[in-house]
Design a protein around this ligand. Structure first.
Ligand code: NAD
Length: 507
């Protein structure tokens, strides 16, 4: 780490974790990758290497899937739902007890500001486990009144059981590593599944730290296996594996399509949480100050590397200029810096490649005639920073209005006095349908617009309300299925129907 980053101190626990050898976690043991290959982990705020991690390949995925299969049939399958609840609650407590180390690792690995890292851990990851820990004891089937083979009522019984689907492969992105890890882990543990998790190659550290906590929580060996590796190698091997019964994927739409193809071999079940290009629709009666703060958070949370980001801002003409001036005023004053610095409001992007990609989108908007209101450049400093950027243009005929930028770039436009259907048609002009928000004091307008917006989740007077109990997932090319809440258990379960006949059927 360089001098600037060292001057912002990290705890001895974090330092000790960074300095140790980072291996694969298979069958409850730390093991080297069979190839012996490694890859570097880079702090995006300093561009310095902070750790070296063993690079898992297809043969390591095989070993991890075998360990998960063994665990699925072993001690884990005998544990009662109360015992599963207890180990999950213990893991949640361990996360809270280790929040400083987890947050520092997340900041160094991903770049997000410390306050947000702490929020995603204490306000989200551990609560997510507690929420699903409560479900362990409530997963149950039905009894169904049936009369097979002409038997009279009362002569048969049919009941269904909800069973764990088996070994789950979880493939996660780099934009919110610990949150993604836990949101795949919690429903899998609650339902009695076992897992192989492949973290993103850019951000493997908190996933590896979590393995220590999983062991301490008393989760049996092999229930959770973690294999860091490259997407097109380890990720592809996991999604194609015949002994994996379900893949839970979060990442880009392009890779999501590949996952679907890989799953064809054994027709494993697939859930996909993919990209977004979410609208923020503001009516003239909205609270302008709330809109300005909300639009900033919607667009620039996690430096805009956020699938739910509200990156298309539609504002009624009567308050358009006020909102644009307010957003630009705050965005142009935001302090960019390493997440470990408490003064930083916006961290770096994840990598040099991501910064170049985002700068390419900014250039495309300039070339296509959009008006640059603020930002638009990468500051001349170490780290993969890009200024929070606002463009306006009268129509959505811009690449940045169509494609997911995954960086701090907001596009804004205005609308006049027109019907809600026409406004919704503009808001829905996207291949994506993940999130969206409506801002108004008129509850009827808010709810009607929420109904018209074609996305898996819409918020009124806030953007992207997230809670473990709120179902989350995308319409259109934003994905398949839902995570979170009761619905989030479904993909991890299969139903078995059993029928008992009390007497011989009349022949
Ligand atoms: P990505 O698709 O490049 O990678 C995601 C994961 O897939 C990584 O672990 C990667 O190693 C792996 N992967 C890559 N190629 C693979 C392959 N051929 N087979 C199997 N696995 C492969 O996405 P990213 O750049 O890490 O993340 C950004 C994307 O994720 C954005 O599009 C964003 O919208 C999306 N995302 C969606 C949600 C959501 O909940 N909907 C949440 C966060 C991020």
């Amino acid at each position: 780490m360089n001098a600037a980053a060292e001057s912002i101190s990290i705890s001895p626990e974090t330092r000790a974790f960074l300095d140790r050898k980072h291996r694969l976690f298979i069958g409850g043991n730390w093991v080297d990758a069979l190839s012996g290959e490694t890859f570097p982990v880079i702090d995006p705020a300093t561009e310095e290497q902070i750790a070296t991690v063993q690079l898992g390949g297809p043969e390591d995925i095989d070993a991890a899937v075998a360990a998960a299969n063994k665990a699925f049939k072993g001690e884990w399958s005998k544990m009662t739902s109360y015992q599963r609840t207890r180990v999950m609650l213990k893991l949640a407590d361990l996360i809270d007890q280790n929040i400083q180390t987890l947050a520092e690792l997340e900041v160094l690995d991903n770049g997000l500001p410390m306050m947000l890292a702490q929020y995603t851990i204490a306000g989200y990851a551990s609560e997510f486990l507690r929420y699903y820990a409560g479900w362990c004891t409530k997963i149950q089937g039905d009894t169904i009144p049936v009369s097979p083979m002409g038997l009279p009522n009362g002569e048969t019984l049919t009941y269904t059981k909800r069973e764990p689907i088996g070994v789950v492969g979880a493939i996660i992105p780099w934009n919110a590593p610990i949150a993604m890890f836990v949101l795949k882990l919690a429903p899998a543990l609650a339902t009695g599944c076992t897992m192989v998790i492949k973290p993103a190659e850019l951000t493997p550290l908190t996933a590896l730290f979590m393995c220590e906590l999983i062991k301490q929580a008393g989760i049996p060996d092999g229930v959770v296996n973690v294999v860091p590796g490259l997407g097109h190698v380890a990720g592809a091997a996991l999604s194609a594996h015949d002994d994996v019964q379900k893949v839970s994927f979060t990442g880009s739409t392009a890779v999501g399509k590949k996952i679907v193809q890989s799953a064809l071999g054994n027709l494993k079940k697939v859930t996909l949480e993919l990209g977004g290009k979410s609208p923020v629709v503001v009516f003239p009666d909205a609270d302008v100050q709330a809109v300005i703060g909300g639009a900033i958070r919607a667009a620039f949370f996690l430096q805009g590397q956020n699938c739910m980001a509200g990156t298309r801002l539609f504002v009624h003409k009567d308050i358009y200029q006020q909102v644009i001036d307010g957003v630009a005023g705050i965005a142009s004053q935001m302090k960019l810096g390493p997440g470990l610095d408490p003064a930083s409001q916006l961290g770096p992007l994840i990598s040099a490649q991501q910064r170049e990609r985002v700068l390419g989108y900014i250039q495309s908007a300039k070339d296509e005639g959009a008006e640059l209101i603020c930002g638009g450049s990468a500051p001349d400093r170490k780290g993969f920073f890009v200024e929070p950027t606002l463009f306006t243009h009268p129509t959505q005929e811009l690449t940045i209005a169509r494609e997911e930028v995954f960086g701090p770039v907001l596009y804004a436009t205005s609308f006049g006095d027109t019907d809600l259907e026409s406004i919704a048609a503009e808001a829905n002009k996207s291949i994506y349908g993940l999130s969206g928000s409506v801002w108004t004091k008129d509850i009827a307008v808010g709810l009607k617009m929420a109904q018209l917006i074609d996305s898996g989740q819409v918020s009124v007077n806030c953007h992207a309300a997230v809670d473990p109990a709120i179902p989350f997932g995308g319409n259109k090319m934003s994905g398949w299925g839902r995570e979170f809440g009761k619905e989030g258990l479904e993909p991890y379960l299969k139903t078995k129907a059993t029928t008992v006949i009390f007497s011989n059927p009349p022949m």
